[in-house]
Design a protein around this ligand. Structure first.
Ligand SMILES: *Cc1c(COP(=O)(O)O)cnc(C)c1O
Length: 405
């Protein structure tokens, strides 16, 4: 009997989660990093050494000429959109399944988010839908590497170049995911990363952008620092900008975390591979097709034949078995959120989207089906033991048999 119907759960002990030390890789290296900064007396990245070192190390890791640090993943996307420099009412193409941090920076810069539908197997932008969404007003495309699976960025880059617009990669969920012989964040014009608590590595909050273009790098550096060019010695403000600076404490922790990142990715893959092996011979949900490029931020399960209530029951049943999971990942596509649909940004004017952007139900049917009745996600973790993964497989097998036979 299922645990949600009164049976004994597959596991009583909580799985490692990003909200506890057991599900993170914070250790003596991060402790020493924080103490090093505190003892130096310099906590600001403007004059300190840690932020500068982090951006050098990160650019080298991702394989770009430049990286710029900032205060969150949302800030990173805001830096990127500000560097695109859209005129009011110009358009930026985004996917409907992501964190809202992908979309709000577009509205903050007075541009219109245009939602294009996604691939039914991955939830990442469908290049054909992106091509159809391009208009003379398009200035950029933001591709999200959802759950750790790379979006088809080489194809999207060709579309962007053909249309004369920029490609921004939102890599917050996909550190070190390979695309051909490169890593995500180095194929588009700009890559954006987050150090929020839930990501592969964390400093609580923080963000990074990558680019090969020195002009984009400079404009993003200025946007994180009030438009103040620190290299000229003059107090002047060259462009409209905010303060999105990263502190030395955050950078020092992020540097320690960065050294652990390859191992974090490796262990997440090993766990996912073990799960796939355990589930091969039984009827069950479809797991992501893994061509060695998935870095498993979340593990998405794809289901067929359920309605919305059935999908919610599936996720609740898994959670009751001791495997926390969410139906649909989001409650609704991002365009259906009140903040977007009701154009709630600028004093009731509806600017810049009311009467311009299409945010109606049915806009992206593939994304809507994924969220409403096809997708259940399990937050994946580098600290899952073999026994943990065995329990997850047992729970999925049991729930699938009862809820989605
Ligand atoms: C987490 C996340 C963001 C936002 O990052 P924050 O650091 O929380 O602001 C943006 N996009 C995606 C895909 C994310 O997962």
């Amino acid at each position: 009997m299922l645990a949600m119907d009164g049976g004994t759960p597959v596991r009583a002990e909580p799985l490692p989660s990003p909200l506890t030390a057991a599900g993170r890789t914070i250790g003596v290296e991060e402790e020493q990093a924080v103490l090093r900064v505190l003892r130096s007396g310099m906590l600001s990245g403007v004059w300190g050494t840690e932020v500068a070192a982090l951006t050098r190390e990160f650019a080298e890791l991702i394989g770009t000429a430049h990286a710029v640090a900032c205060s969150s993943g949302t800030a990173a996307l805001h830096l990127a959109v500000a560097a695109v420099d859209p005129a009011p009412g110009e358009e930026i193409i985004v996917p409907p399944i992501s964190d809202m941090g992908t979309v709000f920076p577009v509205i903050a810069q007075n541009a219109v988010p245009v939602f294009a539908d996604v691939d039914p197997a991955t939830g990442c932008l469908d290049p054909a839908a992106v091509q159809r969404a391009i208009t003379p007003r398009t200035r950029a495309i933001i591709a999200v590497h959802l759950f750790g699976k790379p979006a088809p960025v080489h194809e999207l880059r060709r579309i962007a170049d053909g249309a004369g617009v920029l490609l921004i990669e939102d890599c917050a969920q996909a550190y070190l995911a390979p695309v051909g012989d490169r890593l995500v964040g180095s194929v588009g014009h700009i890559g954006c990363f987050s150090l929020q608590q839930y990501k592969h590595i964390t400093a609580g909050d923080g963000g990074l952008v990558t680019t090969d273009d020195p002009a984009l790098a400079r404009s993003m550096r200025l946007f994180a620092d009030k438009g103040w060019p620190r290299d000229t010695g003059e107090r002047t403000y060259l462009s409209f900008a905010l303060n999105y600076r990263m502190t030395e404490l955050v950078a020092a922790v992020a540097r320690a975390q960065l050294r652990k990142l390859p191992e974090v990715v490796h262990r997440r893959r090993e766990g996912a591979r073990r799960l796939a092996d355990l589930l091969t011979d039984s009827p069950g949900p479809a797991l992501p097709t893994d061509t060695g490029d998935h870095v498993y931020w979340y593990l998405p399960l794809l289901l067929e034949g359920l309605d919305a209530a059935g999908l919610r029951r599936y996720a609740s049943a898994l959670t009751a078995e001791g495997v926390p999971s969410q139906a649909g990942y989001l409650a609704r596509p991002l365009y259906a959120e009140p903040a977007v649909r009701d154009s709630a940004a600028y004093g009731g004017t509806g600017f810049p989207t009311r009467g311009v952007g299409d945010y109606s139900d049915g806009l992206c049917p593939v994304a809507e089906a994924l969220i409403e009745r096809r997708l259940v996600v399990i937050p994946w973790n580098e600290n899952f033991s073999d026994a943990d993964v065995d329990d997850i497989a047992t729970a999925i097998g049991r729930v699938h048999q009862e809820v989605a036979p």
